[in-house]
Design a protein around this ligand. Sequence first.
Ligand code: TRP
Length: 347
Amino acid sequence: MAAFKKLVFSGVQPTGNLHLGNYLGAIKRFVEMQERADCLYCVVDLHAITLWQNPAELRTQIREVTAAFIAAGIDPKRSIVFNQSQVPQHAELAWIFNCVARLGWLNRMTQFKDKAGKDRENASVGLYDYPVLMAADILAYRATHVPVGEDQKQHLELTRDIAQKFNTDFAESIEAHGHGEGFFPITEPLIGGPAARVMSLRDGTKKMSKSDPSDYSRINLTDDADAIAQKVRKAKTDPEPLPSEAAGLNGRPEADNLVGIFAALRGATREAVLAEYGGAQFSAFKGALVELAVESLSPLSAEMKRLVADPAHIDAVLADGSERAAAIAAPTLDAVKDIVGFVRRGR
Ligand code: TRP
């Protein structure tokens, strides 16, 4: 296997309001990655339209996700922040990968089954093909590491399968074009941290989700202090006090979730949180959680508001990021076209 430079890629869909799950499970970790590698963070608008989006709302949400990235601490000078539709290589590589991926592989994708629901015949072809586009997002940059939530694990495995099959199917041509043994890296998923899965505040067995009909199930990044306080105080719990050790959270999904959120916000482990709060009643713990959540999220939401008030600035960030992203993806696509056997201009 050729040596690949460490490169981080991740994406967030511009659909619906961002919530604490998006922040702790993804964006907050994106910020930390900047210290350790070159990073690309993509607002995946092509993925968004696999389910119909109101065009005006889509445009607003693309800018909102970008604002959330920047407000959370992603530095658009250091990292590449852009939206997918401005870099044509994503869709182009996705087509080539459509011819590498197998029907049987896609038929196993559980997220498609969940999202398509009962009326599968009426789902868009794009929704079915979603994971192939995701592989193209990552591999257009030959990214080596992808921080994602637990729910994206299966899609990352598909990305690895596509990279592997491309490397094998075209091994001779890859070699002949001087790319060593493997053209695409076998990407590592980075899943973890205390809040890899942030669960609903109403049901600790369900993921916190923008599509949950109850707004009390989630903390939105735009919620003010009062809303945060109300939602945390109303969050479902069990009657026992908090355990002193993490093992005591087994079988207590709501307690586990609140402790996980507290730990992630503070940048600590569950164990450290329980060393402090073990034996406490939920009323006391929730009070501390409200304080911590408000303190962490209000500067973020204030900065998001400030940024979205200046869409021209956001659009300039995306234009600059897209140009820098395309400068990396274009040579990858040129090489892929040579490997596959296409005839191209400028050769
Ligand atoms: N499917 C991802 C999600 O819903 C978003 C995404 C699209 C992504 N392309 C990606 C994440 C590439 C990581 C890498 O969370």
